[in-house]
Design a protein around this ligand. Structure first.
Ligand code: NAI
Length: 232
């Protein structure tokens, strides 16, 4: 079925595969700002204001949004409610995404407690672990399930599409393989290791230590900060 975003992309003579990944990353930044302004009751925003709020060049703002059709009015800018609706539609956020977490350690537990995922449309529906001491315990009303029933769980719940990996690096590839063999289409991994996955699986890795290492470089080398301020 065609989404509105697909129709708009066709209208602009670009196919979804021609839209750069960096544009999709920036769309999430625009959405964050637009949601905040919507909550504050602001009704319109110009591309210059969106540029100020996101620290993204206004040319890029207009270029990114133009891939998806015309939401704005020259001289007036964008109507916040329309921009929010369209950004959510483009990002596939008009439906909710059922998500499982594997690893109920410090990080896995913190993720279950975080209400921000639910607010943005990502429902944590189950959490799994391999430790006999953790299996059966409760977090936020969830019983921690054994990883041995993960496969069976995913087979009986084919509407779960995202898996979050919060296990040690040594187990991450094994868990990723198990997830993708059972319909999971997108993986967010916190394990500090590169995971090999089939090309049709959407994979994002968050290694917080690399960010600290980058910060360390720039505070150790103040002369290099110009390149930091010019980062895309
Ligand atoms: P943790 O040791 O507290 O928790 C890991 C959990 O994974 C344990 O409960 C363990 O029983 C479970 N586990 C191990 N092998 C498993 C398997 N095969 N199947 C299912 N569960 C399994 O570790 P923590 O701190 O929660 O970190 C989790 C991952 O996130 C690690 O890869 C770590 O490097 C990474 N990470 C953690 C951060 C943090 O702030 N805690 C920050 C950045 C990354």
């Amino acid at each position: 079925m065609l989404r509105k975003a697909d129709v708009d992309v066709r209208k602009k003579n670009v196919t979804p595969d021609q839209i750069p990944y960096s544009t999709i990353v920036r769309l999430t930044q625009y959405l964050r700002v637009v949601e905040k302004l919507d909550e504050l009751g602001v009704s319109n925003i110009s591309s210059a204001e969106l540029s100020d709020e996101t620290h993204i060049n206004s040319f890029l703002v207009r270029k990114d949004l133009s891939y998806f059709g015309e939401f704005g009015t020259r001289g007036v800018g964008y109507e916040i409610s329309v921009l929010k609706r369209e950004l959510k539609s483009i990002l596939g956020l008009v439906k909710r995404h059922k998500t499982v977490i594997v690893g109920a350690g410090n990080l896995g537990r913190a993720l279950v407690h975080y209400s921000g995922f639910r607010d943005k449309g990502f429902d944590i529906v189950a959490i799994f672990d391999s430790s006999p001491e953790k299996i059966g315990a409760s977090i936020e009303g969830f019983k921690i399930e054994s990883v041995f029933v993960l496969e069976e769980y995913l087979k009986s719940n084919p509407d779960v599409t995202i898996g979050i990996i919060a296990v040690p690096a040594a187990s991450a590839q094994f868990i990723a393989n198990l997830l993708v063999a059972n319909n999971i289409q997108g993986i967010l991994s916190f394990a500090p290791i590169a995971i090999n996955l089939p090309e049709d699986v959407v994979y994002a890795a968050v290694d917080l230590t690399t960010h600290l290492e980058i910060i360390s470089y720039y505070i150790t080398n103040p002369d290099a900060r110009k390149s930091y301020s010019l980062r895309a």
